[in-house]
Design a protein around this ligand. Sequence first.
Ligand code: SF4
Ligand code: SF4
Length: 210
Amino acid sequence: MDTSEKNRIGIEEILLLLPQTQCGRCGFDNCRSYAEAIAANKTGINRCPTGGQAGIRMLARLFNIAEPVLDASCGEEKPRAIARIDETRCTGCTLCIQTCPFDAIVGTGKMMHTVISEVCTGCERCVSRCPIDCIDMKIVSGTRTGWNAWSAEQARAARERYERRLHRLQMEKKEETGLADTTAGSNKKTDLLRKALDRARVRLKSSRTS
Ligand code: SF4
Ligand code: SF4
């Protein structure tokens, strides 16, 4: 592909043609990382099985190139499915909650978890994370696959939710770091105070004995 053509096309334009399920099947952490790699001419446009051949076609049109077939090493194009937790077996370990990029799983420690089906994008990240294998995927799009089983509106909503979650995690991390700094600062103050008191005691003792 012509590099100048790729540079002309921005990451945002590419992102709009990726499904935003953040599944990682393309081999990148999320849809944005994949879009950035495409824009930088570091990878092909045929690595997203979730968008499927329809997605590859849209990308090929965007870049004005011939449509390649899906890279089979990224997985096959499948009907859309959503996660389902076997609530009779769930131990409430919370690993799936921590993993879900969309906060689509609710529940607390030691309590049964449930998937909010309207929010689940079917990324399957929770499935491999479950230590007792109690999550499976239920097909919800019949035989429709890729972008034929997903809409631009769903992609927009998924992206918003994912970015909101990233923002929340960043804020939580900042708060934790701030708290750690405050604790370290107050420990340091206590230490200095203790040393000053020790010195004062020594001075008092020596003034009494002299
Ligand atoms: S939806 Fe496509 S582009 Fe986004 S992470 Fe999954 S495979 Fe990659
Ligand atoms: S519930 Fe599972 S499959 Fe659904 S979005 Fe969350 S991690 Fe992905």
